[in-house]
Design a protein around this ligand. Structure first.
Ligand SMILES: *Cc1c(COP(=O)(O)O)cnc(C)c1O
Length: 569
């Protein structure tokens, strides 16, 4: 790429919405994401690029990425470096801005990556970077590692993202009509805005604040993703002030972010006019955690062409032309002939079988159903739920043979998540004679597409109400793969029993304990008999997933809602 192409000038002539996210999955080979939050941010910007919503995104460059996952012979996760070279994909920004952290001046530079679209205008993404020769060696790694260790490091990262991001946008001459915080990590941006729009002290009446809270609130949108209080970033005030002494006066900050700890979510809530959860159920739960705030619901969606396998994209091109730009057209998927739909699925399944052979050295059968499960390996997602009762599982497999393909990374500090990976590998060995189960290492976007399209059934078993939305089941729907899931997150809205997929258990909060039994019952009595005995019935459910789920749970619909309800208010 030429130096001239690094110019951000072509993006500054019209007002944009600045979208801040700690992680953004721009493309598979750029490891600046750890899971659903980053993939959602990427899909949001892909949709904005398609539709032409004027946005500019801000994130950290995360040069050392998240990590690459390998599995040792005992089934334990090994974390390998995953460095990437920004210069291969992005060009240097023409500005640097300065912050003061721990009393040292820290310069923040960055990179321009353009999210391109074949139907619309590209969206610029600024990747902030402190790895500059002028900086103290202690500060050069602030933007290196995604979700790095310790509160001090996290605070520095979040100050660079929020405060550095606002300064960088200004230095580059961006005109902004609003700021969208994707999760609370970027909430320091509100303090930067309060300072920028502060009224001069001289004109103030006694007791009147210099800060124009209503103005900043009017500018900000906040999307929360975490349905548990403990999941939100909370920092010690002493630590924050030691690192970022430049904070506004403490009384004002405590009023906005909490008395005892600096709660990034509260800060964002108090300074955002539009606040939303990522599914209707999640918005309800958020209202309970944070009473007194108006929390809207904008249910997540995934990007149509990114999450559709080649064989299904070809099928849609023929039978539902225009689906990439207007995914709602997939409501007409019923017109696709059953045999062609099945053939497209067989192709996607073959691609997964090839991948399984390549990565795990195991040959699975094309003539038995594959249950797919892949997500971050963390306790609440209960990857091991299906293994609750081995004897029951074996009895089901004796009648209706099936295979299981799993994948997922555990955060390096998530001991329970890592334990889960080991446990899964023990189950794999124990079941080897009866049920083929494989765990594919290094879950990423590419592997995700293989799995959501090549499985026959997509499994999702989180502990309610901890799955704010979940998005992999939406990706499966784009590939005609129905979901079997607990009624949490988006599935509360997406599940039409026996039409788009199936529910595990009911919707009551006490049902968690019975989920394994409910899962076995559905598999044994409904799903596997249908797969083996009634191909027309099965393809009808595949079409239901496409026409009623993919047609709605896509990021084009989501982006249009953000544009009309949050950005243009
Ligand atoms: C879609 C995706 C996720 C999120 O899936 P959930 O269903 O929300 O858990 C995580 N990681 C990758 C690589 C993905 O593609």
């Amino acid at each position: 790429m030429s130096e001239a192409a690094s110019n951000t000038e072509s993006y500054t002539h019209k007002p944009r919405v600045a979208y801040f996210s700690m992680e953004i999955a721009m493309e598979n080979d750029i490891p600046t994401y750890s899971g659903g939050l980053g993939v959602l941010a990427g899909d949001t910007l892909r949709a904005a690029a398609d539709i032409g919503v004027p946005m500019v995104a801000v994130t950290l460059v995360s040069r050392t990425g998240y990590f690459r996952q390998a599995i040792d012979p005992q089934g334990r996760q090994i974390e390998l470096a995953d460095d990437w070279e920004p210069a291969r994909y992005a060009t240097r920004l023409q500005a640097t801005v300065a912050l003061e952290l721990e009393g040292r001046q820290v310069w923040v530079g960055g990179w321009l990556y353009v999210m391109n679209s074949w139907i619309g205008e590209g969206v610029p993404i600024l990747l902030l970077d402190t790895d500059l020769p002028v900086n103290d060696p202690r500060d050069r790694d602030i933007t290196h590692s995604l979700y790095g260790n310790g509160d001090a490091y996290r605070i520095k990262q979040e100050v660079v993202l929020g405060v550095g991001g606002v300064a960088m946008l200004q230095a580059l001459g961006f005109k902004l009509m609003g700021y969208h915080m994707n999760e609370g990590h970027s909430a320091f941006l509100t303090l930067a805005l309060l300072r920028r729009y502060a009224r001069p002290r001289e004109g103030l009446r006694p007791g009147e604040s210099a800060y124009d809270l209503p103005l900043v609130r009017q500018l900000c949108t906040f999307t929360t993703h975490t349905p548990v209080e403990a999941g939100h970033d909370k920092f010690d005030y002493d630590l924050v002030r030691r690192i970022y002494g430049d904070l506004l006066d403490l009384d004002t900050v405590k009023l906005l972010a909490g008395e005892d700890k600096l709660n990034m979510t509260r800060l964002a809530l108090n300074l955002s006019e539009y606040v939303n959860g990522v599914a209707k159920r999640h918005a309800e739960v958020s209202r309970q955690i944070f009473p007194g705030y108006v929390v809207h619901a904008v249910t997540n969606g995934v990007h149509a062409s990114t999450w559709t396998s080649k064989s299904f994209a070809t099928l849609y091109d023929q039978h539902v032309p225009g689906w990439g730009h207007e995914p709602e057209l997939l409501a007409r998927a019923d017109r696709i002939p059953n045999d062609l739909l099945w053939a497209a699925h067989r192709d996607a399944k073959q691609a997964l079988l090839d991948k399984v052979r390549e990565l795990a050295g195991v040959s699975l059968s094309a003539d038995q159903p594959i249950l797919g499960f892949a997500r971050r390996m963390t306790a609440y997602k209960r990857a091991d739920l299906i293994f609750t009762d081995f004897e029951r599982l074996k009895r089901i497999a004796a009648k209706f043979p099936f295979q299981i393909v799993m994948a997922g990374k555990a955060h390096p500090n998530d001991m329970a998540g890592k334990q889960l990976i080991e446990t899964l590998h023990r189950h794999i060995r124990e079941l080897a004679q009866e049920i083929p189960v494989v765990f594919l290492p290094d879950y990423d976007m590419e592997l995700a597409l293989h799995m959501v399209s090549g499985s026959d059934l997509w499994l999702n078993t989180p502990l309610r109400p901890l799955e704010a939305s979940g998005t992999s089941g939406m990706k499966a729907a784009f590939n005609g793969v129905p979901q079997l899931s607990v009624l949490d997150g988006w599935w509360v809205e997406g599940c039409l029993e026996g039409v788009t997929g199936w529910a595990i258990g009911d919707d009551s909060p006490t049902a968690n304990g019975h989920d394994a039994m409910a899962l076995y019952d559905k598999l044994e009595q409904l799903i596997l008999p249908l797969w083996y005995g009634d191909r027309a019935g099965w393809t009808a459910v595949m079409k239901g997933a496409i026409s009623r789920n993919a047609a709605f749970f896509n990021s084009h619909r989501m982006m249009r809602r953000y544009a009309t309800e949050a950005y243009l208010r």
